[in-house]
Design a protein around this ligand. Structure first.
Ligand code: ADP
Length: 266
């Protein structure tokens, strides 16, 4: 798995930090992921210390003799070891295009932001919309409300999909949705019906963003929230489009950054 890592990409997100190593052909060869810590600089230092040793001779371009490194994500500017910092929009598009081999509309749902990115058939970003001002439409929305319902993050999607009924959640704001959830519980509404309604609310928010960019199939998904199975299923229901997901959706930003670092070497 660690054979021939020759460039690195690091994605310092608001919720998780991811690092990816690619081989000379640009294949994803190594990765590591942790929850984001307040002291980003120390965490990045630790990530770089565990990168696999070079299996081929070092090439020109690596800062301080190390592997070429590109940073992306919310905290990318804090990675002083990186040669360049590039936006998540560019990096997610790059990673997903390389892995799936086609353009379309990419939806990235992270811990505290969400994005819709239009990618051309050549892999260029043609348009995008980003929400990083409001927790609605992000992982945080589900995390906060699921905590209220006592359902573990990893099971939320499964529980929501198993619901026989769905409650309509009128508040899009996370804070108000939490109060609404408390009130629904007090009225004896089933946890799974509330959860399904919360997922619907998130998906509707995402669909509104998709509409501002315009949906050009195929619809693709990246980001940590995609590990929740209800997301793809309900997005398919709402849009009528089949959703395509890369093998490691949460790593696509870091993968794209590593591909950019690799291309800059040549
Ligand atoms: P960022 O890049 O913004 O830091 P990520 O793309 O890493 O965020 O996504 C993190 C979010 O993914 C978490 O906030 C959480 O809501 C969600 N998540 C992670 N793992 C799972 C899982 N197994 N099931 C459901 N949601 C998950």
């Amino acid at each position: 798995m660690t054979n021939g890592v020759c460039a690195l990409g690091i994605d310092v997100g608001s919720t998780t930090v991811k690092i990816v190593g690619v081989d000379a052909e640009g294949n994803l060869a190594w990765h590591h992921l942790e929850q984001a810590e307040p002291r980003v600089e120390d965490q990045v230092e630790r990530f770089l210390a565990i990168t696999p040793p070079l299996t081929s001779p070092p090439q020109e371009g690596g800062k301080e003799g190390g592997l070429p490194l590109v940073a992306t994500g919310y905290g990318r500017k804090l990675v002083r070891q990186a040669e360049r910092s590039i936006t998540e929009i560019t990096c997610h598009a790059r990673g997903v295009y390389r892995e799936l081999g086609h353009g379309g509309t990419l939806v990235d749902i992270g811990g505290q932001d969400s994005k819709v990115i239009g990618i051309s058939s050549k892999g260029d970003v043609v348009d995008f919309s980003m929400n990083d001002k409001c927790a609605a439409g992000t992982g945080r929305f589900l995390e906060n409300t699921a905590r209220r319902l006592g359902v573990p993050l990893e099971r939320m999607g499964q529980v929501a999909l198993a619901a026989a009924e769905e409650v309509s959640i009128s508040s899009t704001c996370t804070v108000f949705a939490e109060s609404e959830v408390i009130s629904l519980i007090a009225h004896g509404v089933a946890v799974e019906s509330i959860l399904r309604g919360l997922h619907r609310s998130l998906i509707k928010r995402i669909v509104a963003m998709i509409r501002t960019v315009g949906l050009v199939p195929p619809l693709m998904l990246s980001g940590g929230v995609v590990q929740n199975q209800a997301i793809a299923r309900m997005l398919e229901e709402e849009t009528g489009e089949k959703v395509v997901i890369p093998q490691y959706p949460q790593l696509m930003g870091a993968y794209g950054a590593a591909l950019i670092a690799l291309a800059a070497k040549d």
